[in-house]
Design a binder for this molecule. Structure first.
Ligand code: ATP
Ligand code: MG
Length: 424
């Protein structure tokens, strides 16, 4: 036998037993997006590498060590998208969606990061991303957060908390950055390698360090909130007021900074304790500088991304939730000569009964073997066609979940009779 080829580490198949849950998850999220009037956009999975290095930031984890970057046959440097915001901004600029307009956009799909695979962290993972453009006021920040709360509701996820921070304007952030560097320099020798590396390139990231040895240093660091400019402070106050009015509890976390460079003002995360270490289900915020940074006209923007595997893990952990794709009927051909007749009948049935899920036996097999397949398929009933049925234009219906019941109907009565047979 030839050697088997396995999938790439950290990249997983979703098998038929998993896809009904995924589809239900995606549908419920889509329903909330539609109810808020958001519109779908789809972007390519591969982009020019420069798009990500210019937007996410050269000294972020993603750009420094997590991107799948390769040269295509022309020698151009391309990258499998590690996140969606940059691509969405690129598309919005390219297609003129931004000038004098507001946009509320969403997308769902796979993203790629070369991280160490572990529970809740994969190399190919799925995100729902939402981006809004052209709205500078905090009402849209609030709408985004309230909408995510609706999503948790729709999924029955209640054990989840919201953390909120403001990163201020680029100017106030720059001042704070200098102050933070001066503070951290005093503890230079105590910093770990990662933090020392970030000290002059991305010091705010050190606030987010998971290293327990740094906790005390970080806890006593100067407070970002005290450096906020007046405009950002007012923006943040109004957002908090709106969340209070909507009855959404939150905690302010002055060390919430996010791994991407382009955020300004609002940043937020939704965190669940059900998942252990990888508890962040959703992360987002405002990124007013990004459109200009990518060559568009200055445009205010805010959005978020949800990690779908983490929602999947929560739903899967609920023993109460059962997700299946129910099959209504399985058609059994009791004789080779009725195959074409059966096929025509199945076409008629599907046309007459939208929503009917009917699987037709293919590949032959004895009557007994076909009935066994029908039973294993999970279908509620078998539609049995033999020579006799073909000649008399009838169908024999066998209720598979109620072994004793079997009866024969004229074909003309089948469509009218099936709905009540299926629900009894
Ligand atoms: P984390 O702190 O977990 O690394 P991040 O800041 O890198 O997250 P974002 O880029 O903001 O994450 O992505 C938004 C969401 O996408 C995360 O909150 C998480 O739910 C999910 N996510 C990010 N990276 C992965 C991954 N490698 N595998 C699975 N889900 C991921
Ligand atoms: Mg990450």
């Amino acid at each position: 036998m030839a050697p088997q080829i396995q999938s790439i580490r950290g990249m997983h198949d979703a098998l038929p037993e998993n896809t009904p849950l995924l589809r239900s998850l995606e549908n419920r999220l889509r329903q909330v997006l539609i109810s808020y009037g958001y519109e779908e956009i789809r972007m390519p999975i591969v982009e020019h590498t420069e798009l990500f290095s210019r937007s996410i930031g050269e000294v972020t984890d993603i750009v420094e060590k997590e991107m799948y970057t390769f040269a295509d046959r022309n020698g151009d440097s391309l990258t499998l998208r590690p996140e969606g915001t940059a691509s969405c901004v690129r598309a919005a600029i390219q297609h003129g969606l931004l000038h004098n307009q507001q946009q509320r956009l969403w997308y769902m799909g796979p993203f790629f990061r070369h991280e160490r695979p572990q529970k809740g962290r994969y190399r190919q993972f799925y995100q729902l991303g939402v981006e809004t453009f052209g709205i500078a006021s905090p009402d849209i920040d609030a709408e985004l957060i309230i909408m995510t709360a609706q999503m948790w509701n729709a999924l029955g996820i209640h054990d989840i908390r919201l953390e909120l921070n403001s990163l201020g304007s680029p100017e106030s952030r720059a001042l704070y950055r200098e102050e933070l560097i001066r503070y951290l320099e005093q503890y230079r020798d105590l910093l770990d390698e990662d933090a020392r590396h970030r000290l002059y390139t991305n010091p705010l990231r050190i606030l987010d360090s998971k290293n327990p040895q740094l906790i005390e240093i970080v806890a006593n660091a100067p407070d970002l909130a005290e450096s906020l400019d007046i405009g950002s402070r007012a923006h943040h106050e109004e957002l908090m007021q709106r969340l209070n009015a909507a009855g959404i509890p939150f905690t302010e976390n002055p060390h919430l900074v996010r791994g991407l460079d382009y955020y300004t003002r609002t940043v937020f995360e939704w965190i669940s304790d059900e998942l252990g270490a990888q508890g962040t289900l959703c992360a987002g915020g405002r990124y007013d500088g990004l459109v200009e940074q990518l060559g568009g006209r200055a445009t205010p923007a805010a959005g978020f991304a949800i990690g779908l595997e983490r929602l999947q893990a929560i739903l899967e952990s609920r023993s109460s939730s059962v997700y299946t794709q129910p099959l209504d009927a399985y058609m059994v051909m009791a004789d080779d000569d009725v195959s074409e007749y059966g096929c025509a009948l199945s076409l008629m049935l599907r046309k007459a009964m939208p929503g009917l899920s009917l699987r037709v036996n293919c590949g032959g097999g004895s009557f007994k073997a076909q009935l066994k397949r029908a039973d294993k398929s999970g279908a509620l009933l078998a539609l049995i066609i033999g020579i006799d049925e073909m000649e008399k234009e009838t169908v024999t219906v066998k209720l598979l979940r109620d072994k004793s019941t079997q009866f024969t109907l004229p074909q003309t009565e089948l469509v009218a009779a099936l709905p009540s047979i299926l629900t009894r």
